[in-house]
Design a protein around this ligand. Structure first.
Ligand code: AMP
Length: 277
């Protein structure tokens, strides 16, 4: 039975008896991608704690905070069958009580990619993840490679602040047609869902072209045009970047990754792949 814990005091009481924990922070609306993190955590830890918290700090004005799906009953059933031990569902008022003034911010890494279109987003992510790490005190924490920039920033934060957990990266889980699983895929109409795999396909096509010696900037421009032709309404970025510094690259080098973010209807979809096979 997954044990749901909704208050910080109960969490502390439960954890005072718990063995070393693997921790999977999420915003809920769980899918098989999230469950692959839970599975990995289960294989490496005596107990697994999952959190579901739609963190208001990481949503900008006009973003989908209110609309974000919150199917808690369904999530509990999924966690039950995945074998999670604890589910922490804190209230925003407990995480950010009156007088809360602290922001955790990782410089530079948040100026790139999603940081440009979503100012302040990663400060919100770092602040909540740092607080959750302090509350849960896990031995290991699991993050998806789908959100590569987030993973990179969290790694930096954990190293810089000597936070306890080891940060473990888990590969992106995809639908059979290649679309990266995401809670936001629920926003897609049937027609948009048919267009969405073009994001991953375009990343692959661009990667193939760059590997075979095509000029990077030209390749990415062609990729952007292709996405717009397919039906994406707006491209936030299609970029080749270093996987660690996240700085843009204009030529292939070791550790390079291709990153994309594009709008399709109400959904803003992101994806990334390594350039090396
Ligand atoms: P979210 O609920 O979107 O905040 O995601 C919670 C965690 O699950 C993050 O570490 C994500 O990177 C990870 N995640 C989301 N989608 C996927 C996926 N398709 N494959 C692997 N991990 C994922």
């Amino acid at each position: 039975m997954v044990k749901q814990i909704s208050s910080i005091s109960e969490l502390q009481e439960v954890l005072s008896h718990a063995p070393a924990l693997g921790f999977v922070p999420t915003m809920g609306a769980l899918h098989a991608g999230h469950l692959s993190l839970v599975e990995r955590a289960k294989s490496e830890n005596a107990r697994v704690l999952v959190s579901i918290f739609v963190n208001p700090l990481q949503f900008g004005a006009g973003e989908d905070l209110d609309a974000y799906p919150r199917p808690l009953e369904q999530d509990i059933a999924l966690l039950q069958s995945a074998g999670a031990d604890y589910l922490f569902t804190p209230m925003a008022a407990d995480m950010y009580p009156e007088g809360f003034k602290t922001t955790v911010s990782v410089a530079e890494l948040d100026n790139q990619l999603c940081g440009m279109a979503r100012r302040g987003h990663f400060d919100g992510v770092c602040t909540v993840v740092a607080k959750l790490f302090n509350l849960v005190h896990p031995e290991r924490a699991y993050f998806g490679e789908k959100d590569w920039q987030q993973l990179t920033i969290i790694r930096r934060m954990a190293a810089d602040l000597a936070l306890r957990p080891q940060i473990i990266a888990v590969p992106t889980l995809r639908e059979v047609d290649g679309l990266a699983m995401s809670s936001r895929n629920r926003y897609l109409s049937e027609q948009q869902r048919a267009i969405a795999p073009a994001l991953y396909q375009t990343l692959q096509t661009c990667a193939q072209a760059i590997r075979s010696g095509e000029q990077v900037i030209e390749t990415l421009r062609t990729g952007e045009r292709h996405l717009l032709q397919k039906g994406f309404e707006k491209i936030d970025y299609l970029q080749l970047c270093d996987g660690e510094t996240l700085l843009p690259l204009s030529a292939f080098q070791k550790g390079a990754r291709l990153f994309a973010a594009a709008h399709l209807g109400r959904a803003r979809l992101i994806d990334n792949i390594a350039l090396e096979e």
